[in-house]
Ligand binder design. Structure first.
Ligand SMILES: CC(C)(COP(=O)(O)OP(=O)(O)OC[C@H]1O[C@@H](n2cnc3c(N)ncnc32)[C@H](O)[C@@H]1OP(=O)(O)O)[C@@H](O)C(=O)NCCC(=O)NCCS
Length: 422
């Protein structure tokens, strides 16, 4: 295994090679599909025009595939209600044989150049397998998620209308459920910054993809639906029950996705999940820190909230990104931004933003705030305060009033979150 830095060529993976290229990612993630398991679901999840490989010279003079990455373009709600296409980076993996030789670095450079130059997507977002990987590439942590382990029978505060909703539980079936659930998902995502919409039938079916590997001994995926008396789907949860988490407790209910369009649906979903026979606990997926469930639980402390990193965001085209979103209050500020990877983002910018629109132009004026593109990425969706970053020494405020105003202007009343992992 060589540790020298080879020349890495990054290019689109020819379609016939896509199935074998998935193996590079499986090597990276220590995952293996069962022999005989169709891999169509994985391939359908990807946009094969944006499935790229990092190739390095092999010992015999030919090239070999060392790593892969994939991009999905998805509509992304922003603070203030605008929607732009984001570049959702996924399936990033480098074969263990070729790790730490610059393959990821080459692929990220390629991805950001493609996003900025050819696709018109102002930023890239991702979930990171390990939190220490992406900061060096200018990705900032833009959202936090909370995992709960809720005891069975935990009480919820009352919500008007919850009792009128009809709750059903059945086997999850992609053919039957994928599109109705996706429509419900899309309606719930409106107004939630960062909650991109699954863009293709393949990504929508993938939510219900349920191979034995995902189950790890648990039952097959089930769906709980919540419907208004007129038949309108108001929310759903995907879950499976397992006995493996705690040998002293009979059954754990693992929820992989929960979507509610209003408070009554939230109540109906969780009150039923918290009352399943034989169970001891319900494990939630990563929820936004302002999720309604946290306010409905009478004893949230008993759910042992555990915080983790959610979305990471990297500005690819700074002025396009800053003008795409809206601002909670009027802001007129000069930013000095450093960006080691994308010089087109670096320099001084004059941002004027309101609740209705924004302009962002180059300027020679003295900066009021200085920060790296990573910190701007953190603040972009409104979930991380510029003032908090300044308190950590990551933003320099030459003008404290500008920091206070910009912190309010960049904030969002709704915490950023993605309801699905990609
Ligand atoms: C994470 C991964 C993609 C890195 O690929 P790689 O080709 O080894 O990365 P590079 O060689 O380009 O490393 C670039 C820099 O990041 C650092 N780095 C890479 N992976 C890191 C990690 N997991 N934690 C901390 N630093 C990491 C390297 O040390 C290197 O630092 P340097 O520039 O100071 O030398 C690869 O190890 C992998 O596939 N891991 C398992 C799957 C995974 O985590 N994928 C990411 C999914 S979001």
């Amino acid at each position: 295994m060589s540790t020298s830095r080879p020349t890495v060529r990054v290019s689109a993976i020819p379609r016939p090679d896509a199935p074998s290229a998935l193996q590079a990612a499986q090597w990276a993630f220590a995952l293996e599909t069962d022999p005989g398991e169709p891999i169509d679901a994985h391939l359908d999840f990807l946009d094969l025009d944006r499935f790229h490989g990092g190739y390095v010279p092999g010992p015999d003079g030919t090239e070999r595939l060392a790593g892969v990455y994939a991009t999905l373009s998805a509509d992304c709600p922003l603070p203030g209600g605008t929607i732009v296409p984001s570049a959702n980076l996924t399936w990033v993996g480098v074969h263990p044989r070729d790790r730490r030789r610059g393959v990821l670095t080459a692929m990220i450079r390629h991805h950001l150049d493609d996003v900025r130059t050819h696709r018109g997507e102002p930023f890239s977002i991702l979930f990171s397998a390990e939190p220490a990987i992406y900061g060096r590439f200018g990705y900032g942590l833009a959202s936090t998620i909370a995992f709960l382990k809720i005891p069975r029978g935990a009480a919820l505060r009352d919500v008007a209308g919850a009792d009128e909703l009809v709750v059903d539980i059945e086997y999850a079936d992609a053919d039957h459920h994928a599109e109705p659930l996706a429509r419900c998902f899309e309606a719930s995502a409106a107004g939630r910054p960062g909650c991109t919409i699954r863009p293709t039938p393949g990504t929508r079916r993938y939510a219900l993809y349920d191979p034995p590997l995902n189950r790890r001994g648990a039952e097959t995926l089930r769906v709980l639906t919540v419907t208004a008396p007129g038949g309108d789907l108001r929310g759903y949860a995907l879950f499976r029950r397992s006995r493996r988490h705690d040998p002293e407790s009979p059954v754990t209910v693992e929820v992989t996705e929960a979507v509610a369009r209003d408070a009554a649906a939230t109540h109906a979903i969780w009150s039923r999940l918290l009352d399943l026979d034989l169970s001891s606990h319900v494990l939630t997926p990563g929820l936004p820190p302002d999720d309604a469930l946290l306010h409905l639980l009478v004893d949230a402390r008993a759910a042992h909230p555990r915080l983790s990193d959610g979305l990471w965001l990297r500005l690819a085209d700074l002025p396009a990104a800053l003008t795409a979103r809206r601002y909670a209050t009027g802001v007129d500020v000069t930013l000095e931004v450093t960006d080691a990877l994308l010089p087109s983002n670096a320099g001084r910018w004059h941002l004027v933003g309101t609740t209705d629109g924004a302009t962002c132009t180059r300027t020679d004026a003295e900066p009021q705030l200085s920060l790296d593109v990573r910190e701007l990425g953190s603040a972009y969706l409104g979930g991380v305060s510029l003032a908090a970053l300044a308190a950590a020494g990551l933003v320099t405020a030459h003008d404290p009033t500008a920091l206070a105003t910009a912190s309010v202007a960049f904030s969002s009343p709704v915490a950023p979150w993605s309801a699905w992992s990609f």
